[in-house]
Ligand binder design. Structure first.
Ligand SMILES: [Zn+2]
Length: 134
């Protein structure tokens, strides 16, 4: 009998389902707990602590690595945008000013939010740290 360990907790079953199929494609057995409860009543998610994603203890470290690689700040990661600087598709959307990690990013975020004509999303490359608009 293998023991399970919680490797991640998701507020939304949809995110959990995406990550589950990713882990399963790597041969990891994934158990989602409270998936049904959260799916039926999204407001219950907070109360019961979200959807728990459990994996075998032997798979824990591997699963953690895959999750970190694929989640990059939750839902912000996108594969549809290519970094104009290095050409890698490892880009995540800048959410807001508080998400900016350094002074340069903060300045940029402020400048962009002050521009009333800007509807473009701001992206940040995970590979070369390049920040750009789409
Ligand atoms: Zn880049």
């Amino acid at each position: 009998m293998s023991k399970f360990k919680t490797v991640a907790v998701y507020s939304y079953p949809a995110y959990a389902a995406v990550m589950k199929s990713k882990l399963e494609s790597e041969g990891i057995v994934v158990l989602l707990r409270d998936e049904f409860t959260v799916g039926v009543d999204p407001f219950a998610s907070q109360a019961i602590g979200g959807v728990k994603m459990d994996v075998h203890i032997e798979d824990y470290v591997k699963a953690l690595g895959i999750i970190e690689l694929n989640s990059a700040q939750g839902s912000g990661l996108t594969n549809n945008v290519k970094c104009p600087n290095c050409g890698k598709r490892a880009v995540r959307e800048q959410q807001d000013i508080t998400a900016a990690r350094n002074f340069k990013e903060r300045l940029l975020a402020v400048a962009l939010s002050m521009n009333p004509f800007s509807t473009a999303a701001t992206y940040r490359c995970n590979h070369c740290e390049h920040i750009f608009n789409e």
